[in-house]
Ligand binder design. Structure first.
Ligand code: FAD
Length: 537
């Protein structure tokens, strides 16, 4: 196959136009084109009013060798690279011990799926509920402020990203095309095939729920087991080697291969690991607020007169500002046409995040506006970042009135340091609701100062960003894990053999796609280790 890149077409074009562009570029007749598939589609919005689509297309042709010769100096006509996934090994039949995966977020789910596909019959232990029951609890909290610390936006089948925008892109290096395997499995489980080729794919909350159930069915049909409401409370270690786990129920499950995919909110589990002596380092993360604007403002800025075109959808943005006080402020997890959500997993604390439905048709755009911090900002033990996050989340709970409403302020008032008393034209989407106040005391002074400087700077890039009535909702503290559970080249903890720290909680992923990719890599390492131990025995 041949890969053709930089194929540009105007916003309004048809399937026939794509085919014509291929024939024209390669100077071939239609009889020589066997078939084509779109590998990637993005749009170029640099010229507002003349937005174009840019394609990368894989082509089967009767004249492949001739064309490769003819275009050998053209970087936009190359042989299609092989991105197919190959299993690193397959389990022998009758394996006595099964690997354990702790956590059923994207990392644990993909680790479990791959182990099951390779015949290793993993046991996946998830502290929360199956996704359907978890949805009832989470949406129940959002509508009635009734909170369940074991079943919420962070905990339960599907992990943290289940009620999200389902953005599926990442900047990770992926030489072995594991990201493609994640996307292909999501499509097998019911995601639209467009996620394989659109530039910034997303799935949306409701669709993700069904996909998660389908992946569970695949794991179980291959001999894997998923146990819900099974919180791992103790890691059993003998002479520096993991030998099993103990659940909150007291049940002990033996295994010398344990994948730890607990996400960034498993603070009690991090504390347990710290006490058990597992090697942990503190790590930078970010803190800030969610900001909400009318989506129409973002669309107008980004897409000009073509705002609202169905092929373009709701526009997104990505902003960074380096402040005079040395801090950097950036937009995080932008959700076009979405909703700000209550994402706490602990009683008496408030945390925000964002989600969207597939259509992204909500009135507001939201994103985290966050400031980078480092372990120097929270000195103490290797897990001191947890207490730092907790203090901010408790302060947010207090400022919100102690009812799980989140503290909120209009951008215009925040910029001049005045408490808000009345909403303007932007209706905040956060449920159970927001409590207007002065957010100036919700974060450390350096963070408030940095965000006050960044918002007007962002307005220069996105006209309207600093609009008076835009709403800030606090606080965003769980942008990534406050710790890194260090692992070696064999993917095992530096001082605890058989423990495979993985995904976002361990500091090896940031987002759904990269967590899934890390799950695959760790599953491969576990499978190879089990096989090599059998060979030695
Ligand atoms: P998690 O998804 O956090 O999964 C960890 C799992 O482990 C959880 O299910 C938890 O219940 C379980 N667990 C924890 N402790 C234990 C224990 N002791 N015993 C048993 N089980 C345990 N990322 C994107 O890429 N795109 C988005 O659009 C996006 N939107 C988001 C929206 C929201 C509201 C949130 C909260 C996050 C969003 N993210 C998004 C981030 C993304 O969800 C995470 O990066 C990703 O889920 C990390 O995957 P993970 O498997 O490493 O951890």
């Amino acid at each position: 196959m041949l890969r053709l890149s930089e194929v540009k077409l105007p916003l309004e074009h048809t399937e026939a136009d794509i085919q014509s562009a291929i024939l024209k570029k390669l100077s071939i007749a239609s009889k020589d084109l066997i078939r084509y598939t779109i590998f990637k589609r993005s749009y170029d919005a640099r010229k507002k009013g003349a937005i174009s689509f840019v394609y990368i297309i894989d082509i089967e042709t009767t004249r492949e060798q001739q064309l490769l010769q003819k275009f050998k100096k053209d970087v936009h006509v190359v042989p299609t690279p092989d991105t197919s996934y190959r299993y690193v090994t397959h389990a022998r039949s009758g394996l006595a011990q099964r690997p354990i995966v702790i956590g059923c977020g994207p990392c644990g789910m993909f680790a479990g799926l791959l182990l099951a596909q390779m015949g290793f019959r993993p046991i996946i232990l998830e502290r929360g509920k199956a996704v359907h029951d978890r949805s009832v609890d989470t949406f129940g909290f959002w509508s009635k402020a009734k909170f369940n610390p074991e079943s919420n936006a962070q905990f339960g089948e599907g992990g943290a990203g289940t009620f999200s925008d389902g953005k599926l892109y990442s900047r990770i290096k992926d030489a072995n095309h594991h990201g493609r395997k994640v996307l292909a499995e999501l499509v097998n489980a019911g995601a639209a095939s467009e996620i394989l080729y659109v530039n910034k794919p997303h799935i949306g909350t409701y669709r993700l729920v069904k996909i998660v159930e389908n992946i569970r069915n695949s794991i179980e049909s291959l001999g894997g087991e998923i146990r819900f409401q099974s919180r791992v409370e103790q890691l059993n270690i003998e002479n520096g080697q993991v030998c099993g786990v103990t659940l909150a129920s007291g049940e002990y499950i033996p295994s010398n291969h344990v994948i730890l995919a607990v996400g960034h909110s498993a603070r009690d589990t991090f504390e347990m690991l710290h006490h058990a002596g597992v090697y942990i380092e503190p790590k930078p993360f970010s803190i800030g607020f969610r900001i909400e604007h009318p989506q129409s403002i973002i669309d107008k800025c980004r897409l000009g007169s073509q705002a609202g075109h169905p092929m373009l959808g709701a526009a997104d943005y990505s902003l960074v500002h380096h402040c005079a006080n040395g801090r950097s402020v950036y937009s995080f997890c932008m959700c076009p046409g979405g909703q700000v959500v209550a994402a706490t997993s602990e009683v008496g604390r408030v945390v925000t995040n964002g989600m969207s439905q597939y259509e992204r048709s909500g009135k507001n755009a939201n994103s985290g506006i966050v400031v980078g911090i480092t372990p120097e900002d929270y000195p103490g033990s290797s897990i001191a970042g947890i207490e730092f996050q907790r203090r901010l989340e408790e302060r947010a709970f207090e400022l919100g009135g102690g009812t799980y409403e989140a503290p909120g302020q209009l951008v215009g008032d925040f910029l001049v340091g005045k408490a808000s008393t009345q909403l303007g034209t932007v209706r905040p989407s956060y449920k159970p609701g927001i409590h207007l106040c002065d957010l100036g005391s919700s974060l450390p002074d350096y963070a408030i100062e940095a965000i006050r400087e960044a918002i007007p700077a962002f307005d220069k890039q996105l006209n309207g960003f600093a609009m008076h009535d835009a709403v800030l909702t606090g606080v965003e503290t769980r942008t990534s894990s406050p710790i890194c559970i260090k692992r070696g080249n064999d993917y095992q903890s530096l001082n605890t053999k058989g423990l495979y720290p993985a995904g976002e909680g361990a500091g090896y992923a940031g987002g759904i796609l990269s967590a899934g990719v890390d799950g695959i890599k760790v599953a491969e390492a576990v499978a190879l280790s089990i096989q090599s131990q059998l060979e030695i025995a």
